[in-house]
Write a protein that binds this ligand. Structure first.
Ligand code: UT7
Length: 319
């Protein structure tokens, strides 16, 4: 049995933070942010709104779109870097909020901005092995909680949100292949080097990043992993109907598309309105393009993640 995407959903918090708002908070300009990143605005979760709350709304929408009842879900995977708490996992909390706590496995995946792609790959393995029938795969983040709002080099880049898909079994793919990678030797170029320790926080509990190193690494591995996925399926670049790379920065997205000779008309871009929502970004972009009718049944979609770790990966899926 293969796994097919039966439905997608997403959710964004109400509060919009524009570049003009940021101009009043740090020494930055709309012009700098737009030319360097393509980002115009991002959403910020309300006080007390947790990753599981965003995940819950996105999940409900994905289940509705799939026509699958929450009670049929027998696997919940949440990709997040900003979990509700140290434990239990956000997936277990989501399972409870969905009213389906009852024994099926639920766990989080921590692969930072590659999280959704990692979670899809894991869910696909469960489905192919016959270990799950209806998998709920979610990317959910409240990055606003791990940003230093005085650090202009990072706080302008990220936002909050969630995206979800429901996978169901089918005789044909569906997910054609998945490709995951990590190189922990680059863990220092993007991290939140803090921890909860003896009742306090030790280290630095905010995002720190070598932006240039991240940029170069991301463009290189996104192109490589796309080629790897195409080769595994004996497909040509021209057979990619839609490229959905991690939405970090329009310049990374454009450079990747250029390397792959995929015209920007076939690339889904949401970064200008969401900023970088880390593990949620690919799921959010997928949902938007499914709902507005750009992505149609039978088309080949390349999902790509890259992020802290460093981690990267691709999921090639026929819709
Ligand atoms: O999921 C992965 C997450 N990370 C990323 O996607 C980040 C990848 N990297 C990037 O997107 C880019 O490296 C940035 C957008 C972060 C930076 O763009 P850049 O073209 O690499 O700029 P830069 O780091 O070379 O900085 C140029 C200048 C610096 O000033 P000086 O030293 O030249 O005087 C920075 O201090 O821009 C300054 N700068 C800012 N100026 C206005 C840094 N942040 C800001 C800001 N507003 N927000």
């Amino acid at each position: 049995m293969y796994s097919r995407i039966a439905g997608t959903g997403s959710y964004l918090p109400d509060k919009v933070l524009t570049n003009a708002d940021l101009e009043r908070m740090v020494d930055t300009t709309d012009e700098w942010i737009v030319t360097r990143t393509g980002i115009r605005e991002r959403r910020i979760a309300a006080e007390g709104q947790m990753a599981s709350d965003l995940a819950l709304e996105a999940s409900r929408r994905a289940l509705d779109a799939a026509g699958v009842s929450a009670s049929d879900v027998d696997l919940v995977i949440v990709a997040t870097t900003t979990p509700d708490m140290v434990f239990p996992s956000t997936a277990c909390i989501l399972q409870s909020k969905l009213g389906i706590a009852g024994g099926a496995p639920a766990f989080d995946v921590q692969a930072v901005c590659s999280g959704f792609v990692y979670a899809m790959a894991i869910a696909d393995l469960f489905m192919r092995a016959g270990k799950a029938k209806y998998a709920l795969v979610v990317g959910a983040e409240v990055y606003s909680r791990i940003l230093d709002w005085n650090d202009r080099s990072t706080c302008v880049l990220f936002g909050d949100g969630a995206g979800a898909v429901v996978l169901k079994p089918g005789p044909d793919p569906g997910i054609l292949s998945t490709h995951l990678h990590a190189d922990g030797g680059h863990h220092h170029i993007l991290s939140v080097p803090g921890q909860v320790c003896r009742g306090g926080v030790t280290g630095h509990p905010f995002v720190v990043m070598d932006g240039g190193a991240v940029f170069r690494f991301a463009v290189k591995v996104l192109a490589e992993v796309a080629e790897e996925a195409l080769a595994a399926n004996s497909m040509e670049r021209s057979q990619i109907d839609w490229l959905i790379p991690h939405q970090a920065n329009i310049r990374i997205i454009e450079a990747t598309a250029r390397k792959l000779h995929v015209p920007m008309e076939r690339v889904v871009v949401t970064v200008e309105r969401h900023g970088n929502t880390s593990a949620a970004s690919v799921a959010l972009a997928l949902d938007e393009a499914v709902r507005d009718g750009r992505i149609r049944p039978g088309q080949n979609v390349m999902l790509q993640g890259v992020g802290g770790g460093f981690t990267w990966g691709a999921v090639l899926v026929r819709m």
